[in-house]
Design a protein around this ligand. Structure first.
Ligand code: PLP
Length: 404
């Protein structure tokens, strides 16, 4: 892997100051910073190749379409999909899950059916399924967790029933960092012919994701959480499954032939891409994936494990700090509270020191309810963070304790 100072210099924003202090960015779970190559890729589309995709015969439209389809191929290779037609571009993980919940729900879910999610889910992987359940009279079943924030697999096995239509589960909890046992979850669902959606929003950026090896049926992620632009995301689906699903939005590009009597739909993946798509964002995402690959995904995972180990050791030996989520398998995310101090106060004082952390429920209210708390402070690290920054966080926590 490149030297850390070289890596950091790839990200212009990491060099800036906040309130006159060096920026310590520990909110990578919310969104990651962008390397210059991604900024350049988006800029190149907007300044050199801007034309609406798949529509024009003119030069700029061709250039933009080519960049967009190249990005699709890069995503397919990155997650090892069988073919690029299995990659549907969306606005992000939320867009992907909503699309699937609507489309899958229209086709396969009826009254009395069941959908399984886990207690660790982000709201994006709860609410769309809940909305579907309300529309169809179906039931949401929830895999419970233990005090360490790990899923209780035996309970999951008991929840699977002949009424289960789909299992939708996160790869890693954004609130606690827990990595879920996807192998076991997917195998058990497949044993009873139930497809599985993996919410990869907090998984894809931390290691190698191979959808064929994993054998998940659907996989969703956001570009902006893997060093790409906002407003672009991916819904991967196995070709036969996507082919069987109805479109979820109507409009331009998703059609084959339109008459007032009947419309026929385009082939994959365009059937699910109505309207003008975010082609500049897609190009930026493709470049972000190239960048991550160039660093080496195994090396990224190793470095982040080291950061997690160091931060866990430091924070757990800091007086009055309680860590939430103690699974032995975690991404580099630590949720904590300082005893007697509200998470917002901690976050605000840290912010004034230039340290960006996330505070609140992390869009995972059920997890907070499980621990009987209103929220936590979350430090989500990635490969460009340093051990010195973790020391700065610990020093910041000491400062917070003095103030309250
Ligand atoms: N799922 C998980 C696990 C997340 O952490 C997030 C965002 O934090 C989402 C879904 C939603 O992602 P987005 O807001 O990019 O759609």
């Amino acid at each position: 892997m490149k030297d850390i100072s070289e890596i950091r210099s790839d990200f212009p924003i990491l060099g800036r100051k906040v309130y006159g202090k060096a920026l310590v960015y520990f909110d990578n779970g919310a969104t990651t910073q962008k390397p210059q190559c991604v900024i350049d890729a988006v800029n190149e589309i907007l300044t050199q190749k801007n034309g609406n995709i798949h529509r024009g015969v003119h030069y700029l439209s061709d250039m933009a379409s080519e960049a967009y389809e190249n990005a699709r191929q890069k995503v397919a290779s990155f997650i090892n999909a069988s073919k690029k037609e299995e990659i549907v571009f969306t606005s992000g993980t939320t867009g992907s899950i909503n699309a699937l919940a609507f489309s899958f729900g229209e086709k396969y879910v009826k009254e009395g059916d069941e959908i399984i999610v886990s207690h660790l889910e982000h709201h994006a992987n709860i609410v769309p399924w809940q909305m579907l359940c309300e529309r169809k009279g179906a039931l949401l079943k929830v895999i419970p967790v233990n005090q360490s924030g790990e899923l209780l697999l035996d309970e999951y096995y008991r929840l699977l029933s002949p009424r289960t239509r789909i299992v939708a589960v996160t790869q890693a909890s954004n609130a606690l960092g827990t990595v879920t046992p996807l192998r076991e979850i997917i195998d058990a669902a497949h044993a009873v012919n139930v497809p599985v959606l993996v919410d990869g929003a907090q998984g894809i950026q931390h290691g190698i994701v191979d959808v064929r090896q994993l054998d998940c049926d659907f996989y969703a992620f956001s570009g902006h959480k893997i060093y790409g632009p906002t407003g672009i995301g991916v819904l991967y689906g196995k070709e036969n499954l996507l082919n069987d699903l109805p479109p979820y939005q109507g409009g331009g590009d998703m059609v084959e032939k339109v008459t007032f009597e009947k419309t026929t739909y385009n082939q994959l993946p365009f059937k699910f891409e109505a309207g003008t798509m975010n082609y500049a964002g897609a190009a930026g995402l493709g470049t972000a994936l190239d960048y991550v690959s160039s660093l080496g995904r195994e090396d990224i995972a190793l470095r982040e494990k080291e950061l997690l180990r160091y931060a866990t050791q430091k924070l757990s030996s800091t007086d009055r700090v309680r860590i939430f989520g103690n699974s032995s398998n975690k991404i580099s995310t630590i949720s904590f509270l300082i005893e007697g101090i509200h998470q917002y106060d901690t976050g605000m004082v840290l912010d004034k020191m230039g340290i960006a952390v996330r505070t609140g429920t992390h869009c995972a209210q059920p997890v907070m309810d499980f621990y009987g708390i209103e929220g936590t402070v979350r430090a989500s690290m990635c490969f460009y963070n340093t051990f010195d920054e973790i020391d700065a966080l610990v020093a910041g926590i000491e400062q917070v304790k003095k103030m309250f």
